[in-house]
Ligand binder design. Structure first.
Ligand code: MG
Length: 496
């Protein structure tokens, strides 16, 4: 027990540093003046170094070698701390620092390349990043497929082979649905949320939606940033959104998405703060929480019905002749030609992910070169979505991920949608008349269900076990496909 407590004390100090790093990152994206970066990068690298050294220390290693957990919570905490610690000990500090330096350079070159629509600016930096990440993977497990090692950084408890099966199932089915929808050629309403929207009203509306979903402002903030994101812990959860004065849904949906992430953070057990049992599970689970609220609630007819009176009140001119069906269709349209992942509808979104997954996997394997990326990207997009991007800015240069070394990250977005559908299905079975409750703006029963089945557990259970406990089954794509088939058959008046 003494050994266990010592490990927890040490880990809490590491977690404290990591939380401070997260707050510095929030500040950098939301508040910091431009020139601040010159001091900020030094602060970040100093703290990152201390955190890494503490985690990789011989003292912690010895303690972990001797400890014998005496309860299931202790067992889970030790399992998670060991997993992080073993990785930290395998990767030399020099390499960690090299990667983080490369990140800021590569991200900077990516921004310029995207702005000037010139892939060659980014190309040498990405080449270096790919080599560094391969080296990193080799340190962690020299005998393994390096892509699997990189993927497991983001999703340690859902095997890559299982993830691959899920993506294959989606590809097969979704490309078929897309073809049928296009053949049918039915146009649905697209513009219910377009107009001219007063920014103060929009701000208040977003705050109201977030609060209505259960976000606690005494333990959180809602601010503005270029790319909406969530950070923080159960006592201080920060979310951001963005405003487009011409397109109202471009703030509502991101706000609901980030609030979904935030409700998970705020639902983590307070007394376990600073230990794995008080921290959220990895990306697939986190993203399932955001997508459940954004898609299964936000894009449902019931929610739109609940929302419409507020819209009419706040923006009387814009919503005067807009019907519920217009709203519902507008937030669910399947775009004819949308090359951008973050704007995609629920159906084509995953084809954007499959494209990235195939490319990054081939890149790490050495089957394609960085120089081939623009053409490979465009060819794949034509095969999967039926058109080619007009330029690299709306093609291979659109996402930040590879520039910051986040390779193996994209599949977790799809996993989030798949798990969201599975969880929502179970919640519907457990909560009487959930549809009606959403229509009436009663979100508490759904939040309580998520709190009980997901949030309160932190990292106590591994990803697949957590889902199995909540739904009775391991993660499966079946419920997502049922949901998509039903929704889009109804919207487009066809039998998918
Ligand atoms: Mg998200």
């Amino acid at each position: 027990m003494k050994g266990y407590q010592e490990i927890i004390d040490r880990y809490r100090r590491i977690a404290g540093i990591n939380d401070a790093l997260e707050l510095l990152n929030w500040d950098q994206q939301v508040m910091m003046p431009e020139e601040g970066i010159r001091a900020r990068s030094k602060q970040v690298s100093a703290l990152s170094r201390i955190s890494h050294e503490k985690l990789a220390s011989d003292e912690l290693d010895e303690l972990l070698g001797e400890v014998s957990p005496t309860s299931s919570i202790q067992d889970a905490n030790i399992r998670e701390i060991k997993r992080e610690q073993e990785k930290a000990r395998k990767v030399p500090l020099k390499l960690v620092e090299k990667i983080s330096e490369k990140e800021s350079e590569a991200m900077d070159s990516w921004q310029r390349a995207r702005k000037e629509d010139d892939f060659s600016i980014f190309e040498p930096h990405l080449e270096e990043m790919v080599e560094l990440k391969k080296e990193y993977a080799h340190h962690i497990d020299p005998g393994a497929d390096p892509y699997r090692v990189l993927y497991e950084d983001h999703e340690p408890y859902l095997r890559l082979s299982r993830m691959h099966e899920i993506l294959e199932t989606l590809r097969e089915n979704l490309t078929g649905y897309l073809e049928r929808i296009r053949e049918e050629g039915k146009t649905i309403e697209k513009t219910a949320f377009e107009g001219q929207f007063d920014s103060e009203e929009a701000r208040q509306l977003n705050r109201e939606i977030s609060e209505m979903m259960g976000f606690e402002f005494e333990r959180g903030r809602l601010d503005v940033s270029t790319h909406p994101f969530t950070s923080g812990n159960q006592f201080d959860t920060r979310i951001t959104t963005r405003y487009n004065e011409k397109r109202l849904q471009e703030s509502i949906l991101p706000t609901m998405h980030e609030t979904g992430h935030a409700l998970y953070q705020q639902g983590l057990p307070g007394e376990k703060y600073g230990t794995p049992a008080g921290q959220s599970r990895e990306l697939g689970i986190h993203e399932s929480q955001s997508r459940l609220w954004e898609n299964h609630v936000g894009r449902s007819k019931e929610f739109q019905k609940h929302l419409l009176p507020s819209l009419e009140e706040r923006f009387p001119e814009e919503f005067e002749s807009v019907t519920l069906q217009d709203c519902y269709e507008s937030v669910n349209q399947v775009y004819e030609r949308n090359p951008i992942r973050v704007n995609a509808d629920e159906l084509t979104y995953h084809l954007h992910i499959i494209l990235r997954y195939e490319i990054e996997r081939a890149l790490i394997k050495g089957d394609i070169e960085v120089a081939d990326l623009p053409e490979t990207w465009d060819d794949k997009m034509e095969r999967l979505l039926g058109f080619r991007p007009e330029n690299d800015s709306e093609g291979v240069l659109q996402d930040v991920h590879w520039s910051i070394g986040a390779i193996g990250y994209f599949p977790t977005y799809t996993l989030g949608s798949v798990i969201a559908a599975q969880l929502f299905k179970s919640a519907e079975e457990d909560i009487e008349d959930l549809d009606e409750k959403i229509e009436n703006g009663e979100f508490r029963p759904l939040l309580d269900w998520l709190r009980e089945n997901i949030h309160q557990h932190g990292q106590r259970f591994k990803t697949e076990d957590l889902i199995e406990k909540a739904t009775g089954e391991k993660p499966t794509a079946d419920y997502f496909l049922d949901y998509i088939r039903e929704k889009y058959s109804d919207l487009y008046g066809i039998e998918l």
